[in-house]
Design a protein around this ligand. Sequence first.
Ligand code: ZN
Length: 346
Amino acid sequence: MPVVDYERYCEMLDRARSGHFAYPAINVTSLTTANAVLKGLAESESDGIIQVSTGGAAFASGSAIKSMMLGAISIAEHVHRVAARYPINVALHTDHCQADKLKDFVLPLVEETERRRARGLPNLFNSHMFDGSALPLDKNLDVAVSLLERFRRNDLILEIEAGVVGGEEDGVRASGAAKLYTTPADTLEVARRMNAVHGARYLLAATFGNVHGVYKPGHVKLRPSILKDCQDAVVSAFGEAARFYLVFHGGSGSELRDIHEALDYGVVKMNIDTDMQYAFTRAIADHCFKNYDGVLRVDGDIGNKKSYDPRTYLTLAENAMADRVKASVAALRATGTTTARLVGTH
Ligand SMILES: [Zn+2]
């Protein structure tokens, strides 16, 4: 299916929330990792979200260029070209963008979408995250509201964050004193400000002890019941229409029990990066260790071209990551939930 349009994306999110399942939102940094996600989703018969971080996008543009904007466009254009060959729906999203990076990442990408729309072409991305979690909440929401107005005009969905996700992602580390648990009062303020932009759609990353990265058991104390408290507060203050569409950051390494509880409270998107990185690299390490004298030219020998051809180990990595995508889809109760076949003719 072609990359979803706004209506189809909204429909995906609605269906997930009412069905208590979620889409994996998987960070990619290359054609191979993007292909792995599409393959894993297709084999799971699940829709999903491909996302690009600022660092991942800069990487994708090449180490000599390091342009977040160009790398994001390259990956998005690739996905637009190949998505139609897969019998599932996929949305394109950009991950954490702090306020100081908006002008080099999200804003030029929105401008690109505006140019495309003016020519009658589909949006480049379907949604973007603004991460104002390092700002006081009122400043965070000032920026978010002005973005949301522009997003509404362009059929874009905005993801914001209230509270702070712990750990480190893309070299950005949350401070030790960071607010790892969102409060119902914070989320009421989010709803009050954001819902004033009528007809716009947004996703909320509320934090309940999540951290980026994977840690040994016992290190992370997730409290999904915080999400329920936030939903109950917003529904009682503003009615059912205000119920949040929640995003679970730092999904890698989470306990199934915590994931399922979060789904029951309205999580529709779970970000998974670290577990995918490991699955990808694990397959390459396995190949190199098992074919040591093929990938290396040992003691004057010539190695084995078949072993060191990057396609050999990158195909193994692509397949391993696709399998990991399938496992995530299953954990998110999304296996077999795509509606693409019902409407698709591809
Ligand atoms: Zn995150």
